[in-house]
Design a protein around this ligand. Structure first.
Ligand code: SF4
Ligand code: SF4
Length: 369
């Protein structure tokens, strides 16, 4: 049984939430990790601009301050997105991070976009699992000595909820890795969006894509091996993944990618169970939180941490005026609200699979401090 440490949202003068965060991580044993001179990836989601439910930079500053005191070399990091937005390449991504408060004034360490300028800089880590033999992990995360994850716990339209596993597994994948997680098919080209820039043609190692007589990219599916490089290099969203309908398999692959991220490295995880919006922070908006803020939890075991967090959301009553359409405060207590909002997802199957590959335990002891 894994230990999950938890602190609620209550504060008093001299003991604010930042103080409580520091106490929490120490109680959970983070000081057991030798951080001295270690490149420490603080894996976080900076939030798509317009979204306001991502983790506040103040919390990141507290964690980074702690790591600096431990003589670590910390950096805030995330990989760029698969789809076009304001976090789909390193320049836009860093600007978005700064805009959302993750800048050198607020947080005393660099922001490094893990998979590089155009989201194609990754290391292939061998994991030999059922769905993925290797995982394409953003190079800066793959090369880090220690992983600390700061995870906003909320709903997710494809995974059911997003917590430690989603932030680590999906969030650390390079764009090609994300393609692998989301899809088992070969990409398609949207002619309307294609600008004839020729980048996909130049970067396809299988010589499978060419500009046709309309000067639009066209894939030869006889030659295409589905590597996703054209999706990765297309800056116009014209080369697109075909999204998988099976969210279960995506959750299993996320677990396998998480294994690749933390394999053979000291790692520690913190879930911020607050501003629990129904959908991912990748949206440029956040719908009303479905339950009241719950608190912060920390553990060495990302599976136990996610299970404990999900159980706390299940146990909580729901907020009024949300997507759940609750009319009386406290309704939906002991109901799996993520399943209600995203009925085609099965987060429990994802956690059970994660447990089966040795990522952690769904059995946990919750220690409240
Ligand atoms: S990279 Fe994108 S926009 Fe450029 S030619 Fe290929 S599909 Fe068209
Ligand atoms: S998926 Fe890979 S092989 Fe297929 S067209 Fe794109 S770059 Fe070429």
């Amino acid at each position: 049984m894994s230990k999950v440490y938890f602190t609620d949202m209550r504060t008093k003068p001299g003991r604010n939430l930042l103080d409580k965060l520091q106490i929490l991580i120490k109680k959970a044993g983070i000081e057991q990790i030798d951080f001295k001179d270690k490149f420490t990836a603080v894996k976080i989601h900076f939030g798509e601009p317009g979204n306001l439910s991502y983790i506040r930079a103040n919390y990141a500053a507290k964690i980074v301050g702690f790591l600096l005191n431990q003589q670590a070399k910390p950096f805030l990091t995330d990989s760029s997105t698969l789809y076009l937005g304001r976090r789909s390449n390193a320049i836009d991504h860093i600007e978005s991070a700064f805009e959302n408060g993750f800048n050198p004034v607020a947080v005393p360490c660099p922001v490094i976009i893990a998979d590089g300028l155009k989201a194609i800089d990754y290391k292939e880590i061998t994991i030999d699992q059922k769905y993925c033999k290797t995982a394409k992990i953003g190079a800066a995360i793959a090369e880090a000595d220690v992983i600390v994850s700061m995870n906003h716990f909320k709903g997710h339209e494809q995974a059911g909820f997003g917590g430690a596993l989603k932030n680590l597994g999906m969030g650390s994948a390079s764009r090609q890795g994300k393609l692998e997680l989301h899809s088992s098919s070969k990409p398609i080209i949207s002619e309307d969006l294609c600008t004839s820039c020729n980048q996909c043609v130049k970067n396809c190692a299988s010589d499978a894509v060419h500009l046709n007589n309309k000067k639009k990219a066209e894939i030869d599916y006889e030659k295409c091996v589905g590597c996703g490089q054209c999706v990765a290099v297309c800056q116009f969203d014209a080369a697109q993944p075909v999204w998988d309908s099976s969210t279960d398999i995506m959750n299993y692959k996320i677990a396998e990618y998480t294994l690749a991220v933390i394999k053979d490295k000291p790692n520690f995880h913190i879930n911020f169970i607050m501003d629990i919006s129904p959908n991912c922070d990748c949206w440029n908006c956040n719908d009303a939180a479905i339950v009241p803020n719950i608190g912060i939890a920390a553990s060495f075991d990302p599976v136990a941490l996610d299970k404990a967090s999900a159980d706390m959301v299940t146990q909580s009553g729901a907020n009024l005026n949300t997507v759940l359409n609750v009319h009386k405060y406290g309704e939906f207590q002991n109901v799996d609200k993520f399943k209600l909002i995203h009925p085609n997802t099965d987060w429990k199957a994802g956690l059970e699979y994660a447990e089966s590959i040795g990522l952690g335990s769904t059995d946990y002891e919750l220690i409240t401090i």
